[in-house]
Ligand binder design. Structure first.
Ligand code: DC
Length: 226
């Protein structure tokens, strides 16, 4: 039987997790799961239904009635909210903040974590998020925690937004949003953003995407050989 591979990639916003996890997924031929997209879809639904993204009671009721499905089209993850593809609508600054807020509600989290664990049982996976190594897959075979300075993370996100044609947000605003999420994501009571004790920490501030991806790939391949 083929060996089980579950790779957890955690860290704060802008540390390079998703770009790197996608490269790792391609190179190792395993599924990539962007767990942040799930919290983003929940935030989108809350905003659409005019539920405050910090209203835990409202969110708990809402989340019972939503259905989130992850699928892959030409190797790219798509996310469906009640059968509607919302993949392209969840990448705005408003949804980023909303996702960080809804992710603090235990009822929301438990439903998303359930889905994440179900996917990981069916297939080998590289999963990126905040609590993958500590809470979702505490016994994952491989765990990495990516960090970078706040200046570098803000600059990366700012450039990403510009490349997507989002020009109505300044570098300073991007930085403030990231600082808000850092605080919110690490400060929540339930499954906060935290490095797992057995995770390998990589500071990506002065490394290229390719360098970080190769560090992870070689570390995984090395361990698999043993
Ligand atoms: O990875 P991202 O920026 O798309 O995540 C959006 C928000 O969702 C993030 O600020 C916190 C939350 N999140 C979480 O709490 N746990 C995860 N595993 C993934 C994301």
């Amino acid at each position: 039987m083929q060996e089980k591979i579950r790779i957890a990639v955690d860290g704060p916003a802008g540390a390079g997790k998703s770009t790197i996890a996608k490269i790792v997924s391609k190179e190792l031929g395993i599924v990539y799961l962007d767990t942040g997209a799930m919290y983003r879809a929940v935030a989108l639904k809350a905003i659409e239904d005019e539920i405050d993204t910090k209203d835990r009671t409202g969110l708990a009721q809402m989340v019972e009635q939503i259905n989130i499905i992850i699928d892959y089209l030409d190797g790219e993850q798509r996310i469906y909210l009640n059968d509607v593809d919302v993949t392209n609508r969840i990448r705005t600054p408003e949804i980023s903040i909303g996702a960080s807020n809804v992710a603090a509600a235990p009822e929301v989290r438990l439903k998303m974590v359930d889905l994440q664990r179900t996917i990981s049982k069916k297939t080998n996976v590289v999963m990126d998020g905040r609590d993958i190594g500590t809470f979702v897959l505490p016994d994952a075979e491989f765990k990495f925690f990516l960090t970078a300075s706040i200046e570098e993370r803000a600059l990366r996100r700012y450039k990403e937004q510009l490349a997507k044609g989002i020009c109505n947000i300044s570098l300073e605003e991007v930085r403030k949003d990231i600082e808000y999420r850092d605080k919110n994501d690490s400060g929540r009571d339930f499954a906060p953003l935290k490095k797992a004790a057995d995770a390998i920490e990589i500071d990506t501030t002065s490394l290229s995407i390719e360098e970080v991806a190769q560090k992870i790939i070689s570390s995984v391949k090395e361990k698999l050989k043993q």
